[in-house]
Every structure is written in structure tokens, then in C-alpha cells.
Design a protein around this ligand. Structure first.
Ligand code: SF4
Length: 408
């Protein structure tokens, strides 16, 4: 539409075009791509276009462009010092549209905003975009500027909950400590959600540290565990152990901090026995504390990652054109090794996970009672690895449909 109605140049930025700049530029509608962080590259591009100095374009670091149907990708630029960026100009957008009415950390009513304090991650998980995009380099804003920005958002927009969206908030454990101390000193009275790693909790956070996190408002921490199979954890370079998972659950429970754990299924070479190690681990975890474990999705290869190459070796074909990526996400991706009975098992278990251990909880109401009844059945299935036929899934889906119709 832009191309049909104007001569405005089309610039693509973000993770996808940074991982595949050449393929993105091959598309006839794309004029420029920005590889890596965009703040400085985009500004230099806009200035060059404004002054109509075409030559300057070939010197802009981090820019990809086309000339006479030939594609050029300039060398990448160094990472930005986040503390040197000017203040985020929130007034340029309608902030109200971005405020969630529920706290991500507690589920209670709040005015919650997504928030960044750092970029990148030094770890090497074989499925994650970070290794390529951020070259394993973590950089964080100083504790002082993080809390200053929080205070501004609290004062200007009455925010009382933050969902920290960093790739990995706790890489610099001392910076995180200072942020907590400043939040307490300034009496910000907020609640916070952030991601973490189980090896950080197990190895670097003592009970006093966890207490400090709680006092500052950290109410939920989330963790990527990905698999219960040590073989798969090694394959994906997760660099965590199952013991650290149990240790984390126990320590956070003691500190009063809730936790959320993410898993995946369908890694290349993953067998059904590996998958059952994941379901076994989840059951053991849920017996220690009440945890949030969302249903897993099938592994999705990202260009530039170790597992992307392995997936191709295992027979998966990556999209060849920009348009093909439009239909490529968690729900639509098809891995050649996730099929037939295995696919059925993974899908059924993903659906039933929300009822696991529900047989033991107490509550009122007809739907709760039904969930409790199904919970017992699901617990039994989990114990016996029996996911091929899940009749209760159809009953639950039917009941939910009836509920929706009645509500309508
Ligand atoms: S710890 Fe998280 S952000 Fe870091 S590489 Fe692994 S998945 Fe990516």
C-alpha cells in the first residue's frame, strides 16, 4: 500500500531483519534494513535521506540497502551505552493504551507497564536469538537511571506495577541489588515481574537477597527450564541442572515469591522418552509448590541459532522468502520429527497441563468441581504417561463451548 500510494522509503528493523538482512532486502517492497540496535542507525539514515546525500548511506554502520538491484550490508555498529540514550519520550505515544489493568506479578488489579532496564544476555541457549543478535553481550542501565525512570512513570501515569521485559534482568546481581535498595529507599510501593535463571537463584542469591527482592516488590520471577531431560538440556546449552530447579522452587517458596516456569517440546532429536522426562519433572515440581506452568509450544527454529542448523540437518526446510515467514510462528510451524502419535501426545499433554494437580486443590462452583474431577484423571495420566487418548479434553472443550454460548 505504501509503495502504491507514495514514494516513502520502507525501512525494516528488529530481530528478523537483523538475522536475515539479505533475504529481507530481496523483497521488492523493502528499501533499507537496520541490523542490530536502531536508535543511531535510523537517525543517521533519516538525516542522510533528508539532506539527500545518497553517498552517506554507504557509510552508515548497521544499515543494509540496495543499489542497482545489488544488496549491500554495511558493517555492524558497536552497542549503544543505554545510559547515554536520552530519556524515553513517553509523551509521544498514548501511554494509556499500553497500561495493563492487571499486575503481571500478582494477577491483582493494577496499572501495569512493560519496562526495559537492560538488553542482551551472556548465555548461549541454542534456540535463542540472543547469541546472534546481541553477540552474548549484556548491557544494563545504571540502577539510578532505572529507578529514576520508574519514578517518572509512577508520577506521570500512576503506574504501580512493572513487567520487566529484559532478556535477562539479573545478569549483574549487584546492579539488581542496588535497584531494590533504591526502590525501598524511595518507597515506590510497586510490584514487579521479571525473568531469571535457576542457576542464579541456586548459586548467587542467598535468603537475605531474596528477602530484599520481596521487599522491593518482586512478586513473580519467571524461568525457562525448557526440558526435563538432561540430554536435551546439554544439547540446547541451557547450562542449568534439574537440582537447581528444585532448589529454586523451595527457596522462592520460603521467600514468598511466586514463580513461573516455561517448557518447550519438539526439539530436534528429542524422543518421546525425553518428553516424558519433562512431564515427570513438571509433576515433581508441582508437588513442591503451587506454580504457574503454561502449556508448552513446539520448538521454533530461529535463524542464526545452533538449533536452526541442527533442525535443517534433521530435515526441516526454512522459509526461502520474506513472505513465507509471515506464516511462521509457534502455532503454525511444522517440525518433520513432530508427527503422528508423538504430535498427539505433545498436544494432548499441553492441553491437559492446566488441570495437573488440580485434583488436590479446594474450591467452590460447578466448573471448579469439574476441573477438580478432571484433575484427578489428569494426575493419573501424568503418572502413567497415557496421553494418546484424552476423552476428557473433548468433554472440557464441549463444556467450555456451552459456557460461552450461555454467556452470549
Ligand atoms: S538465558 Fe534466556 S535470554 Fe539468555 S540465551 Fe538463554 S533463553 Fe536467551
Amino acid at each position: 500500500m505504501v509503495k502504491e500510494n507514495s514514494r516513502v522509503p520502507v525501512v525494516w528493523g528488529g530481530v528478523h531483519s537483523s538475522l536475515l538482512p539479505g533475504q529481507t532486502l530481496e523483497n521488492e517492497y523493502v528499501d533499507f534494513v537496520i541490523v542490530g540496535e536502531g536508535e543511531e542507525t535510523f537517525l543517521e539514515l533519516v538525516n542522510a535521506l533528508k539532506k539527500n546525500v545518497g553517498d552517506a548511506i554507504s557509510h552508515i554502520e548497521g544499515l543494509g540497502y540496495k543499489e542497482n538491484d545489488k544488496i549491500f550490508i554495511n558493517p555492524q555498529r558497536d552497542f549503544i551505552n543505554l545510559d547515554e540514550l536520552s530519556e524515553t519520550p513517553y509523551h509521544l505515544i498514548d501511554v494509556e493504551k499500553y497500561i495493563a489493568k492487571k499486575s503481571y506479578a500478582t494477577g491483582k488489579s493494577a496499572r501495569s507497564l512493560a519496562f526495559y532496564t537492560s538488553r542482551g544476555c551472556p548465555h548461549r541457549c541454542g534456540f535463542c536469538y540472543n547469541k546472534e543478535f546481541n553477540r552474548r553481550k549484556w548491557r544494563g542501565k545504571s540502577a539510578k537511571s532505572v529507578v529514576k525512570e520508574m519514578k517518572k512513570l509512577i508520577n506521570d501515569y500512576q503506574i504501580n506495577a512493572f513487567e520487566i521485559e529484559d532478556d535477562e534482568f539479573f545478569v549483574d546481581i549487584e546492579r539488581a541489588r542496588k535497584i531494590c535498595e533504591l526502590i525501598i529507599r524511595e518507597n515506590l510501593n510497586i510490584d514487579i515481574f521479571a525473568s531469571c535463571r535457576v542457576n542464579y537463584v541456586a548459586n548467587s542469591m542467598d535468603d537475605r537477597y531474596l528477602k530484599l527482592l520481596y521487599r522491593a516488590g518482586f512478586r513473580t520471577l519467571s524461568f525457562g527450564i525448557e526440558s526435563g531431560s538432561e540430554r536435551i538440556l546439554d544439547l540446547i546449552h541451557k547450562d542449568i541442572s534439574i537440582n537447581q530447579v528444585f532448589e529454586t522452587i523451595k527457596r522462592l517458596k520460603k521467600a514468598g515469591i511466586s514463580s513461573k516456569y516455561y517448557f518447550m517440546a519438539g526439539f530436534p532429536t528429542e524422543t518421546i522418552e525425553d518428553f516424558y522426562k519433562t512431564t515427570d519433572l513438571i509433576q515433581k515440581m508441582k508437588q513442591i509448590a503451587s506454580l504457574r506452568i503454561p502449556a508448552w509450544r513446539v520448538f521454533t527454529p530461529y535463524p542464526g541459532t545452533d538449533l536452526y542448523e541442527l533442525a535443517i540437518k534433521q530435515g526441516w526446510q526454512s522459509p526461502k522468502f520474506l513472505e513465507e515467514w509471515a506464516n511462521y510462528d509457534f502455532n503454525t510451524v511444522r517440525m518433520p520429527w513432530v508427527k503422528g502419535k508423538k504430535k498427539k501426545i505433545i498436544k494432548n499433554a499441553a492441553f491437559l497441563i492446566r488441570y495437573l494437580e488440580m485434583g488436590k486443590t479446594k474450591g467452590q462452583g460447578i466448573f471448579f468441581k469439574l476441573a477438580k474431577f478432571f484433575g484427578k484423571l489428569v494426575d493419573w495420566r501424568w503418572k502413567h504417561h497415557f496421553f494418546t487418548w484424552a476423552l476428557e479434553k473433548n468433554i472440557i472443550l464441549l463444556l467450555l463451548k456451552i459456557k460461552r454460548l450461555v454467556k452470549k
